[in-house]
Design a protein around this ligand. Structure first.
Ligand SMILES: *Cc1c(COP(=O)(O)O)cnc(C)c1O
Length: 469
């Protein structure tokens, strides 16, 4: 026998809790302040035999779980990249959660499919991609990149890879700079192409883009060795310091050799709603596919990754499978988006984008991104003006890296500084390495961040850096 939930009461309480939670964020430490195992120790080792009351469960959520959360929607979250969930997209997600539809085929929710087609075309226009790119929502940029690598593989193998496997074939080769995200490595592993066939092209210059001459030379060397070059993965806004390949040059080189080009702009792509930043990916209109994450900077609650493809037929040819029960009889030509993605099941992800774009309008979203970039540049300039700080990489959009230079062992000192900042709780930053040295990364991108929050970052960073001396 199972008890009945007072769904109305608990839905209301959950929503009210969410409102209070968001309003309280500034008073909370950004990163969870717990030690490993602390939360696990508070959880019973065996499952409950008898149902418990919602009051007990909810109280435990606040007592046990909440202290172990890192607050990604905190206005002083300056770590990694943002994973914004604008309040309006949260509201849309409540509705999606309540309907809980599987949106794998047109017929399993026509509205989900048709809305996805429309809002992705809005996004295409918003970021300045030409007509002809078709969009699909993937669960993550990693999945979009995996799909792109699978297309590269199938194209290069004359569409025989899915059937025959890779055993009898020569080595396929994929090219990327040394600045790309680890999801590229994993796409190459999972596709069966293998890490040894991911050719790293050195990144050069101020923007740390791949050297096109080196790319061309690598492709030719591989052809002479009997390998089969399959594709290039370029990046706009690399994770570490925001590296940007010269897309026009990479595409020209790759297409000259007949290779497919996928561009990973997971973070920086959102900024392309502002025309003044599009020079960072000049030439994008010639790429074969592009991914960016509206679930990062733009404010669509995770997960929501926008994948644009110039030839969706190649993607469908690579990923579609046709068991009889999945056919939409008599409706040929309608889009079944599960044929565009690796997983079959799909959440209704377009609704939050629709709510978000309509509520804030592109103007509202542009204003937010422009503020983040301006505040970040201002903070970098302020730190640079301090005699004991060094800007290691200049702002790429709203991302820069710095280090405190007044210590003997700079690497140890800056690692310790990042740890002390995060333990303090007012900010959350990420440490990293650039050209072998430890740096601290800063990015502004949270939906509710204000200039005051960025000023607080300056105070906390300078004070804690100097307090250890
Ligand atoms: C965040 C990020 C990814 C991974 O995104 P997921 O959606 O989590 O898979 C890939 N590439 C870049 C450049 C990123 O910033």
């Amino acid at each position: 026998m199972t008890q009945e939930l007072d769904f109305e009461n608990w839905s209301r309480r959950a929503a009210e809790w969410g409102v209070r939670y968001r309003a309280s964020l500034r008073e909370r430490p950004v990163r969870a302040q717990t030690t490993p195992g602390e939360i696990a120790a508070k959880l019973p080792a065996s499952p409950p035999e008898r149902g418990e009351t919602m009051d007990t469960i909810f109280a435990d959520f606040e007592r046990v779980i909440l202290p172990g959360m890192t607050h990604w929607q905190h206005p002083r979250f300056f770590a990694y990249f943002p994973a914004n969930a604008a309040p309006v997209s949260v509201v849309a997600e409540y509705l999606v959660t309540a309907m809980a539809a599987q949106c794998m085929l047109w017929q399993t929710s026509p509205a989900a499919t048709e809305l996805e087609t429309r809002v992705l075309d809005w996004l295409r226009q918003a970021i300045g991609l030409p007509e002809g790119f078709a969009g699909v929502i993937q669960d993550s940029a990693s999945s979009a990149t995996l799909s792109a690598v699978l297309v590269m593989r199938e194209r290069a193998l004359g569409w025989k890879g899915n059937k025959a496997g890779l055993v009898a074939n020569p080595r396929l080769r994929i090219y990327a700079s040394d600045q790309v995200h680890s999801s590229i490595d994993r796409a190459v592993w999972v596709s069966g192409i293998g890490e040894e066939n991911l050719v790293r092209i050195p990144a050069t210059g101020k923007r740390r883009g791949m050297d096109a001459a080196a790319l061309s030379a690598a492709i030719e060397r591989d052809k002479r060795a009997g390998h089969v070059p399959a594709g290039v993965i370029a990046c706009t806004g690399g994770t570490n310091v925001g590296a940007c390949d010269d897309i026009a040059e990479v595409v020209r080189t790759a297409h000259g050799h007949g290779l497919y080009v996928h561009v990973d702009a997971a973070w920086a792509g959102s900024a392309m709603i502002c025309e003044e930043f599009r020079h960072l990916w000049a030439g994008i209109e010639e790429a074969d596919s592009v991914v960016f994450n509206p679930h990062k900077w733009l404010g669509a609650q995770f997960d929501c990754s926008a994948h644009f493809i110039r030839s969706p037929d190649d993607l469908v040819r690579t990923l579609a499978i046709h068991p009889e029960y999945l056919n939409t009889h008599g409706r040929d030509g309608l889009i079944n988006y599960s044929e565009w993605t690796v997983p079959l099941g799909r959440r209704f992800r377009a609704l939050k984008l629709w709510f978000l774009l309509r509520f804030h309008g592109l103007e509202g979203l542009r204003a937010m991104i422009r503020n983040h970039v301006a505040w970040s540049e201002r903070l970098a300039a302020r730190l640079k003006a301090e005699p004991d700080f060094e800007i290691v990489t200049e702002p790429a959009l709203s991302l820069f890296s710095f280090r405190h230079t007044d210590a003997e062992d700079l690497d140890a000192h800056n690692l310790d500084l990042a740890r002390r900042i995060n333990d303090d709780g007012r900010l959350y930053l990420t440490q990293s390495r650039v050209d072998g040295k430890v740096v601290i990364r800063f990015q502004a991108g949270q939906f509710e961040t204000t200039e005051e929050d960025v000023n607080t970052a300056f105070e906390v960073i300078t004070k804690l850096a100097r307090s250890s001396l």
